[in-house]
Design a protein around this ligand. Structure first.
Ligand SMILES: [Zn+2]
Length: 130
């Protein structure tokens, strides 16, 4: 599937020319900036920072707040208003903690970058553990 170009009204909404959009797409390798894949639809959404006054902003100013091109799922689920760098890092830490707790036994010992105490700590903090 090839990356589809956005419609002229969509480009106008963000104050981007097709050439400017193409530069962003090329910089990302033609895939979603978050998951690095292209959905079957071939469409990527133009993601923008949700700063105050964006809705009233003229398009030529709006394009300065364009963050990149992402797939619909990443835009809809993760990058809507309310997402911040701090929250995104916190989510990563949260998921990593779960992965560490649920590492299969045969993979333990292969990663020597974390001290054993970490596993014990993570276990004790899990309320569901026996
Ligand atoms: Zn994505």
């Amino acid at each position: 599937m090839e990356l589809l170009t956005p419609s002229p009204p969509t480009l106008a909404k963000y104050g981007l020319s097709l050439a400017e959009w193409q530069v962003i797409a090329d910089q990302q390798g033609g895939v979603c900036a978050v998951c690095r894949t292209l959905p079957a639809s071939g469409r990527l959404v133009i993601d923008h920072a949700h700063g105050a006054g964006w809705k009233k902003m003229p398009p030529e100013l709006r394009k300065q707040h364009v963050r990149g091109l992402v797939c619909y799922l990443d835009n809809f689920k993760f990058l809507q208003r309310g997402m911040s760098i701090v929250r995104a890092r916190s989510i990563a830490t949260y998921l990593e903690a779960y992965e560490e707790r649920h590492q299969p036994d045969n993979r333990r010992g292969q990663t020597n970058d974390r001290p054993q105490e970490d596993h014990n700590l993570a276990r004790e903090s899990h309320p569901g553990d026996p």
